[in-house]
Design a protein around this ligand. Structure first.
Ligand code: COA
Length: 374
């Protein structure tokens, strides 16, 4: 019996995947062999979803058909709208998506009428609708029309539903690239949670619901919101340096820094930083971006830690006018594509995921009667 305890499963090969290369010696981060840099520069998020779900990049006509399909899947069934209306306005929006996913699993269950690909497409298309339907109903008392056919991409659709007006080309392109960068990342905590759930032969919705629950935490998907809250505390780079220095002295974690796998830098971070920089320039920003850069150099010089994808995603989303509490739900919207691809892959080569634990409890002891217990 193996007794070695790999805390946090660090360094453990827990299975195989053909979907992405993360932290492999000499290899870039790739999705099905394509570099993340090429994908972020030249692909659209819908091409990436298609690539992850179907194994190859779509040809022009396939992409057009796929986008049209996703548009038809944006509508929310009436009972789901009622559920979203019943949720409190104070709910965590990630919980709204988690609940929406679970509810859709009862309204449109997996089975003869609906296979895994159909559900994957349905969730990718309808998560922005669920989130922003709930948001506008509670914020503005409006029941929004979620199909918005004139906005064919997921990024356009999201920004249009959020703001009620079409986004600029730069804004749509930036969100598109951010969605691509967040789509897939091997055996991260939420994806692994999905794989554990599906390995029991459970259904697709249960796996995605579990993935959302895992992503919600600040050590994973919630880090971008933590990074934004940190950035907003300061009004100048000097103030930020002093504040973060104090945090490091107190051994507090700086959200948006460090990574379990990437010890020499997250390859997604410079890409999202470049995009955030363009948005900062467009906005004429002289404060937030310089604050972020000062924190970056301080955390590196003091701790040798690089920013991960979440740090400059927070800056980019801020300049896109996205409220901070919608950052993590956006991550859900993107990562659903990766989760779905892993669910399909796990099912295709399934074996129940059931590791062992090193026992640290009491030695065997006699069961005491009620009188013997004090
Ligand atoms: N800020 C300050 N110190 C950090 C840090 C951060 N963001 N991330 C790691 N460290 C320090 C730890 O305090 C620890 O220091 P010590 O050895 O002096 O105790 C050391 O680096 C190792 O950290 P640890 O938490 O054990 O690494 P991990 O591999 O378990 O954690 C993360 C990886 C991502 C969970 C961790 O870096 C973190 O919590 N980052 C902040 C949250 C975040 O941005 N998450 C998004 C990831 S994409």
């Amino acid at each position: 019996m193996p007794q070695k305890n790999a805390s946090g499963l660090e360094g453990i090969m827990a299975g195989e995947t053909a979907l992405s290369t993360v932290g492999k010696e000499g290899l870039d981060l790739t999705y099905r062999g394509y570099s993340i840099r090429d994908l972020a520069a030249a692909a659209s998020f819908e091409e990436v979803i298609y690539l992850l779900l179907y194994g190859s990049l779509p040809a022009r006509a396939e992409l057009d058909r796929y986008r049209s399909l996703l548009i038809t899947l944006r509508d929310l069934p009436p009972p789901l709208r009622v559920i979203l209306e019943q949720l409190p306005p104070t709910a965590n929006p990630v919980d709204v998506l988690r609940t929406g996913c679970s509810a859709l699993g009862t309204l449109e269950p997996e089975g003869q009428d609906r296979d895994a690909h159909a559900i994957a497409n349905r969730l990718c298309a309808s998560f922005p609708s669920m989130l922003l339907y709930w948001f506008h109903f509670h914020r503005n008392g409006r029941r929004i029309e979620t199909r918005a056919e004139a906005h064919p991409t997921v990024a356009d659709h999201f920004l249009y539903l959020l703001r009620g007006e079409p986004p600029s080309a730069l804004h749509a392109r930036t969100l598109d690239a951010a969605l691509i960068l967040h789509a897939e990342h091997e055996f991260n905590a939420s994806t692994f949670a999905c794989r554990v759930i599906i390995s029991t032969l459970s259904d697709f919705y249960s796996a995605v619901t579990g993935g959302i629950g895992a992503l919600r935490g600040p050590l994973h998907g919630g880090a971008d919101e933590g990074a934004m809250k940190l950035l907003e505390r300061f009004s100048s780079p000097d103030e930020a340096e002093a504040g973060v220095r104090k945090m490091l002295e107190k051994k507090e974690k700086v959200m948006g820094f460090g990574h379990r796998v990437y010890k020499d830098g997250d390859p997604r971070a410079p890409i999202i930083k470049g995009l955030a920089g363009q948005l900062a320039e467009e906005a004429g920003d002289r404060t937030l971006f310089p604050i972020a850069e000062r924190i970056e150099s301080l955390v590196f010089s003091e701790k040798g830690l690089y920013p991960n994808i979440d740090f400059y995603s927070a800056v980019a989303y801020h300049f896109l006018g996205i409220p901070t509490f919608l950052f993590t739900p956006l991550f859900v919207i993107s990562r659903t594509s990766g989760w779905a691809a892993h669910i399909l892959e796990q099912r295709a080569h399934n074996r129940l995921i059931r590791p062992l634990a090193v026992y640290t409890g009491p030695a065997p002891r006699p069961f005491p009667s009620m009188e013997e217990r004090s």
